[in-house]
Ligand binder design. Structure first.
Ligand SMILES: NC(=O)c1ccc[n+]([C@@H]2O[C@H](COP(=O)([O-])OP(=O)(O)OC[C@H]3O[C@@H](n4cnc5c(N)ncnc54)[C@H](OP(=O)(O)O)[C@@H]3O)[C@@H](O)[C@H]2O)c1
Length: 255
């Protein structure tokens, strides 16, 4: 019934070569979008493009490090040249850090987390807003986290970056609402991706504790986050802006 919601739309997915971004890029393409995937690892980018085009979808990988302002500028210049427009964007590129108490975190960790998660999201939004405005409106979705709403021991920098992404989301939504650009966020709980696996590999006890706190009793699949992103970019969400959708299997219901 909802098939092909994104025919003729150009959609950017940062971090679209892995995990949640990969699932979202595939889902957008299955519904007709031309998908631009921006991330660093070219081999993974080529794999996703092959998967999408092998199913008669449209996708392109543009190698981009979102911590490099020149590369972000070049990404949007390339989108402008090749497609002439941008309709929706999922700012998903992100990185985590090993679990570490705040007093033991380092300048390098601060820089890596903030420059990827927060500055990268802000920088992409700076270019996305005018392009989407020019099309008469569209949707931006930022990937925050349940750690953007709450926190766990050892996740101070990650959590601070994800809280700030919600601040950017709300501020931008206010500024561009009259231009029909909607800006929302998703807040996933733990999702079965490389990022979560890295944390659990170093700390197996953390996985059991997390699963015990999730009423649905499992990690999310990346596709279960993609579904919410597509909904936020679709006509089902035309009156929704400046908000976040929590997709966490019921985590947080209990006090
Ligand atoms: N997994 C979870 O439990 C969870 C929960 C809540 C929120 N999230 C958020 O979901 C997003 C995606 O993470 P994931 O779980 O899907 O893990 P993932 O599979 O490790 O994906 C991370 C993605 O970000 C890209 N990326 C990282 N640094 C980048 C940079 N400097 N420039 C461009 N792209 C960069 C990676 O590609 P390259 O390395 O090739 O650049 C990769 O595509 C992140 O923002 C994360 O914080 C994850």
């Amino acid at each position: 019934m909802n098939a092909r919601r994104f025919d003729d739309k150009v959609v950017l997915v940062t971090g679209g070569n892995s995990g949640i971004g990969r699932a979202t890029a595939i889902a957008f393409a299955a519904e007709g979008a031309s998908v631009v995937i921006a991330a660093r690892r070219e081999n993974l980018g080529a794999d996703v493009v092959d998967e999408i085009t092998g199913r008669d979808g449209k996708a392109e990988f543009i190698r981009t490090d979102v911590t490099e302002p020149g590369q972000v500028e070049a990404l949007f210049a390339a989108i402008g040249e090749r497609y002439g427009r941008l309709n929706h964007a999922f700012n998903n590129a992100g990185t985590g850090v090993p679990l570490r108490r705040l007093a033991n975190t380092t300048m390098e960790e601060w820089t890596a987390v903030m420059n990827t998660n927060l500055r990268g999201t802000w920088l992409c939004m700076k270019y996305e807003i005018p392009m989407i405005r020019k099309e008469g409106g569209g949707s931006i979705v930022n990937n925050s986290s349940v750690m953007g709403l709450r926190c766990n021991d050892g996740l101070s920098l990650y959590s601070a970056s994800k809280h700030a992404i919600l601040g950017l989301t709300r501020a931008a939504a206010l500024e561009v609402a009259h231009r029909k650009v909607r800006v929302n966020a998703v807040c996933p709980g733990f999702v079965d991706t490389d990022m979560a696996r890295k944390i659990f590999d170093h700390n197996p006890a953390a996985k059991d504790a997390i699963l015990a706190s999730v009423p649905l009793g499992r990690l999310a699949k990346p596709e279960e986050i993609a579904g919410a992103v597509l909904m936020l970019c679709s006509d089902a969400a035309t009156f929704m802006t400046g908000k976040e959708i929590v997709i966490a299997g019921g985590q947080g219901i209990r006090p």
